[in-house]
Design a protein around this ligand. Structure first.
Ligand code: R5P
Length: 299
């Protein structure tokens, strides 16, 4: 590999800065501004001939804009002669429409990946992608890596928990992550039974028989958007009179109102990782997880 440099996309400057410091890699100079109609203007400085560049650009908030910016930056780096372009996209947008459930539905995950590849992207690194299996099968010739935020979450929790705590997953899809966390933290765990209406997307939970009275519960999910899952699961769990309920999520996409509702019903802590930066809750830093991976794989 040639010389590797880091390019911070809009809204991912802090993460890019951390990664560049941790890996001792130079941050490229880039200027950008938004025209009055909202379109983005970019100017990347310096000679990029034969350089390898890591773009750090999460794709939320404003998925379409962040994705298009990532495509523009990738394409331009290639046009400017960059050798390898690697994108670090901590939250990969549009990954949830990963298959056609109803006739005529758009499978946005595949299209997103194809667009990135067509822009010239060589490698994509993301974190807790929605569907790992589909992700790895999609756009086969694009080199893809899905990192898990769970080691960062376990490290964060390790010295705060005791054996009375329980880890809970809201649905079958969380089973693998819940198993990993419960093993890593030596805590007991269980999974709730969730049903989502395919038309209305409304979430419902089956009443379940579990004992968590006077215990501390960690409700863990990979993503929160409307908050339907987290709020309904929290209500169900709080009915069982735990001593406290904490919600931990990898990708915190919902607006602050959703978190306010959760606090109002009795959730005492809400944490997300900084795959999507936000100021209204405490965040678990995943920068070293990314840096370590880049260090091992690309440097
Ligand atoms: C579902 O498969 C995911 O793990 C989340 O539970 C879900 O996407 C969260 O979405 P919402 O906040 O809209 O319920």
């Amino acid at each position: 590999m040639g010389n590797m440099k880091i390019l911070a996309g809009p809204k991912s400057e802090q993460l890019a800065q951390k990664i560049s410091e941790q890996l001792n890699l130079k941050l490229l100079d880039i200027s950008y501004k938004y025209f009055t109609d909202g379109e983005t203007y970019f100017k990347i400085e310096g000679n990029l001939e034969k350089e390898d560049v890591i773009i750090v650009q999460t794709t939320y908030p404003n998925q379409e804009k962040r994705l298009l910016e990532l495509i523009f930056l990738t394409n331009t780096l290639k046009e400017l002669g960059a050798d390898k372009v690697i994108a670090v996209v901590p939250y990969l947008c549009y990954a949830r429409a990963d298959r056609r459930r109803l006739d005529g539905e758009v499978v946005s995950h595949t299209i997103t990946m194809d667009l990135l590849q067509q822009a010239g992207l060589d490698s994509l690194i993301t974190i807790n992608v929605h569907n790992r299996e589909v992700f790895h099968k999609t756009t086969e010739t694009l080199e893809k890596y899905n990192l898990s935020a769970l080691p960062a979450i376990s490290d964060f929790l390790k010295d705060k928990i005791n054996e009375e705590w329980i880890i809970v997953g809201p649905d079958k899809g969380s089973q693998e992550d819940i198993n990993t966390l419960s093993k890593e933290l030596s805590l007991s765990s269980f999974i709730l039974e969730k049903y989502r209406d395919p038309q209305s997307h409304e979430v419902q939970f089956n009443e379940a028989d579990f004992d968590c009275e006077s215990k501390t519960i960690i409700l863990f999910d990979d993503v929160i958007t409307s908050g339907g899952t987290a709020i309904k699961a929290s209500k169900l769990l709080l009915d069982k009179k735990p001593s406290s309920l904490k919600f931990i999520v990898v990708h915190g996409l919902s607006d602050s109102e959703v978190f306010k509702k959760m606090y109002d019903i009795g959730v005492d802590t809400i944490l997300s990782t900084n795959t999507v930066p936000r100021k209204d809750i405490e965040q678990i830093d995943i920068s070293s997880l990314i840096s370590n991976f880049i260090g091992e794989k690309f440097l």
